[in-house]
Design a binder for this molecule. Structure first.
Ligand code: NDP
Length: 404
């Protein structure tokens, strides 16, 4: 039984609050803090209505270490669940070190002034967390997060060498808007418009944004176009899995979404470089974010399913093996349970489970760690028990043989 401090009251924070409240045996006390306290209060009221539990709320600017330290000292949680933005990862880690509490997040640090995400900044905290006897669990969302645990499960139970790994992220949901992003638009657009990259024979191969496309038939969703992107879990997985010759990440995008994105690009609306407007400095992508629907409001109107998983070809006992492991999640079912759509749900549930692993001691080791560095079995069991059931089957799908 432990107290947790959740930071960030967006779509993901909402799901984490609901899921922690559903598990009082593990989470004895919950505080939800964010930049805008009214959002925390609204979530607390929903949680009370659905679960009968009271959660405390607070206002904090997580860019400011002294504010975080004061809040953490006041609450004295076992750990902080950081579901604010990647820009706050380091300040929250600093505050955890200063106050002696454990840390978990769902996305790796990204400097606000540069569209570049890497683990190097957070891995640099390994010694300090280790020396302090504290644990930081990085990337406990779905991808990164569950995809890492899926890989760890495949490695533990099905493969000696994981030669060819493809991660497939499909959102078959429809929110009825011409253009909206399912999570923070700034982070989402930066991710999609960046150059792609995949791992092959010990090195990264760079691609143009959205250069490679395939048609893939997703279980319970149907056929979709998937595009090769760089995604952060590949940075740790290529280091931690056995015998990876090639690893790629694919995500679905609809034609309408890509058409809008292309226009934003062409006119510079996706830029992070500040421009002068009417005597003010504005960042175009932040202005665009203000115009777009708030992802936290998409829940009631989103129908359809997500299907996210991993296909691996490799060997076991000298024989070729291939497996496809995935989860399917229904947007409306997620909304009925937590007032959030499936993209927030599939991120928030693993954040809660990661915290549960740490509190129960299933995963507790001082230092800074990625998800695949722990035993996948208790996490996989918890996915089944807490709303993200998975399927793992032999497969003969060859992505390279699929049509473009
Ligand atoms: P939202 O933008 O909906 O929510 C972010 C929340 O953080 C908002 O409540 C915001 O406050 C708060 N926040 C931002 N800056 C600060 C600050 N300085 N101090 C305190 N609070 C702050 O994002 P999501 O909920 O969709 O995503 C949350 C995180 O989850 C992101 O890091 C995202 O990258 C990650 N993610 C990970 C995925 C995975 O699978 N691993 C998938 C999807 C998301 P305010 O309301 O005032 O703006």
């Amino acid at each position: 039984m432990s107290k947790v401090l959740i930071i960030g009251a967006g779509g993901v924070g909402r799901v984490v609050a609901h899921k922690c409240a559903q598990n009082p045996d593990v989470f004895s006390g919950i505080t939800l803090a964010s930049r805008t306290q009214s959002k925390c209060d609204a979530i607390a009221a929903e949680v009370k209505e659905k679960t009968g539990r009271d959660i405390a709320t607070a206002r904090v600017d997580a860019d400011k270490v002294p504010e975080l330290v004061a809040l953490i000292r006041d609450i004295k949680p076992f750990m902080v669940i950081n579901v604010a933005l990647p820009y706050q990862d380091l300040t929250i880690m600093d505050a955890c070190l200063e106050t002696g509490v454990h840390y978990l997040d769902t996305a790796n640090y990204e400097p606000p002034e540069e569209a570049k995400f890497e683990y190097k900044w957070q891995w640099a905290y390994r010694q300090r967390f280790g020396d302090a006897g504290l644990m930081a669990l990085l990337g406990s969302g779905f991808d990164p997060g569950v995809t890492n645990v899926f890989c760890a499960h495949l490695q533990k139970h099905h493969f000696d060498t994981m030669d060819y790994v493809d991660i497939l992220d499909c959102n078959g949901g429809d929110h009825g808007y011409k253009f909206a992003t399912n999570f923070n638009p700034e982070i989402n657009i930066r991710e999609v418009t960046a150059n792609g990259r995949y791992w092959e024979n010990g090195d990264w191969v760079e691609t143009q944004p959205l250069q490679y496309r395939k048609r893939f038939d997703f279980d319970q969703v149907g056929e979709k176009s998937i595009y090769l992107l760089y995604h952060e879990e590949m940075e740790s997985l290529t280091k931690n899995l056995n015998g990876v010759k090639r690893m790629r990440f694919w995500m679905t995008f609809g034609d309408e979404y890509l058409k809008h994105l292309e226009v934003f690009r062409n006119i510079g609306l996706d830029s992070i470089e500040p421009i002068e407007f009417d005597g003010h400095k504005i960042v175009p992508i932040q202005f665009l974010k203000a115009l777009l629907p708030d992802p936290a409001t998409l829940g009631p109107r989103t129908v359809g399913k997500t299907n996210i998983g991993v296909i691996c070809r490799g060997t076991k006992d000298g024989r070729p093996v291939s497996r496809y492991i995935y989860n399917i999640c229904d947007h409306q079912a997620c909304f009925r349970e937590t007032n959030a759509q499936a993209v927030s749900y599939t991120t928030g549930v693993p954040a809660m489970i990661g915290a549960m692993m740490m509190i129960r001691g299933d995963w507790m080791r001082p230092g800074v760690w990625n998800m695949e560095e722990f035993d996948p079995d208790p996490f996989m069991a918890a996915l089944d028990a807490h709303g993200l059931p998975w399927t793992c089957n032999p497969t003969d799908i060859d992505i390279d043989a699929l049509p473009d």
